[in-house]
Design a protein around this ligand. Structure first.
Ligand code: LLP
Length: 406
């Protein structure tokens, strides 16, 4: 990667994506998530990075798409993403969102709770339109990850508890409706998970559930497969994850004498995280009695994850990767906020003003959770494929920053 050249062309901070790596990861999933007993489907969870260029890349590889808002759905529509390949999630979809999805014939609506099903019932009656749904179940499997990204504990805001009153009422309503067709169940147990045992437990529970139905249904296991942020992370290779889940499902179906129509997974982070890097320019350098700071020209506005989840990242100073690392450094951003720290205590060589600093594995939930706090401008995004760089999101301008203000 010629960082100096990218800085000259596009400025900093800059999100840079290695498209070849994303393609490679997609193929690792796709080529191994296969069964001759049931259908398989790879869905990309677009919340990790939902921009037109990314959605176009997915279309080239025939992936399906998970969206969670009108905004994500609209972006998909604008690139001509096939609506039948879209899964619409969310714990509080609005009347406007559901109506839009029904009118656009979104492939599957993942219904989160009874109130949402009632709303959907009303909409489909009025529009006289069919919808296929999954019910999002909370099967009570807890995965060990950060408390903000765990989703399946009993008090979670997501999904319905199996065997509860709400679940039974949902099944009754589906039976009454001539427009709502139950296609299967969904369960997403959390994110940045390194252990497949919670998925195995989820498969077992979901198979117990689908076998109570007459026709073979679908099971969507969500995403959550871990990625590498620093040397301390050792994710299971995605080929293995894919094979393991299919194999576990095949075994479980045999054990329980059950039938499945389709299994889906919904990785987001693992497809884009490692492919993304953020390029910054170092400005000030400050030595306090106990700390040495390198100040960068971005920070929590382009990567909120360290502040929000105490997420760890690795960084290098461009051109000094092989120099002796004799400084313990805190990399801090520009915001008027003491917590605006991207990396605490990293070993780096001595830096000078205008050196470039690159942080790795920032491709997931960086751009998508970016903000204009302190009226920082959202950085540009560049895709690099076969050695060629292409601007896919322009840097926000000052005029754009205030264009909606009256
Ligand atoms: N499916 C559903 C229903 C989800 O809620 C999520 C993530 C995924 C799939 C994709 O999970 P992944 O493969 O990306 O782990 N902002 C947080 C992550 C929140 C994840 C929310 N749901 C972060 O930056 O770590």
């Amino acid at each position: 990667m010629n960082y100096q050249n990218l800085k000259e062309k596009y400025g900093t901070p800059l999100y840079i994506y290695d498209v070849d790596l994303m393609k490679d990861i997609i193929c690792k999933y796709q080529n191994n998530f296969k069964s001759n007993q049931f259908e398989t489907e790879l869905i990309y969870a677009s919340k990790a990075l939902n921009i037109k260029a990314m959605l176009r890349l997915l279309m080239r590889y025939n992936l399906s798409l998970d969206v969670v808002s009108l905004g994500e759905l609209y972006t998909a529509k604008m690139v001509g993403f096939p609506m039948e390949k879209i899964y619409f999630h969310g714990n509080n979809k609005s009347l406007e969102e559901l109506t839009y999805a029904v009118k656009e014939a979104v492939g599957t609506i993942v219904v989160d709770n009874l109130m949402e099903l009632e709303l959907l019932h009303q909409i489909t009656q009025e529009l006289k339109k069919n919808v296929h749904i999954y019910i999002r179940l909370n099967v009570g499997v807890e995965a060990h990850t950060h408390k903000y990204i765990v989703t399946a504990h009993v008090d979670s805001k997501f999904g319905v508890l199996y065997q509860g009153k709400e679940y039974a009422e949902m099944l009754d309503l589906i039976k009454q409706s001539s427009y709502i067709h139950l296609q299967g169940f969904h369960s997403h147990i959390g994110s940045q998970i390194f252990d497949l045992a919670p998925y195995d437990a989820t498969i077992k529970k979901l198979v117990e559930i689908i076998k109570t139905f007459d026709q073979p249904l679908d099971i969507n296991l969500g995403g959550g497969f871990g990625t590498t942020y620093t040397d301390a992370d050792h994710p299971i290779p995605y080929e293995e994850v894919s094979k393991h889940l299919v194999q576990t499902m095949e075994n479980e179906l045999m054990k329980q004498n059950a039938h499945l129509h389709k299994i889906c997974i919904e990785p987001g982070r693992s497809i884009v995280a490692e492919a993304g890097q953020t390029l910054y320019t170092i400005g000030g350098i400050k030595q306090t009695p106990n700390k040495l700071y390198y100040f960068i020209d971005g920070g929590m506005t382009d990567n909120i994850r360290p502040a929000l989840y105490q997420a760890l990242y690795h960084a290098e100073i461009v051109g000094k990767e092989n120099q002796f690392k004799n400084k313990i450094v805190t990399i801090a951003g520009k915001c008027c906020e003491s917590g605006d720290i991207i990396i605490e205590n990293i070993l780096l060589p001595e830096a000078q003003r205008n050196d470039l600093l690159v942080t790795y594995s920032t491709g997931a939930y960086g751009y998508s959770m970016s903000s204009n706090y302190n009226k920082a401008l959202t950085p540009a995004v560049v895709f690099v494929e076969d050695g060629k760089d292409e601007l896919v999101v322009k840097r926000q301008s000052l005029a754009e920053l205030i264009e909606r203000e009256i």
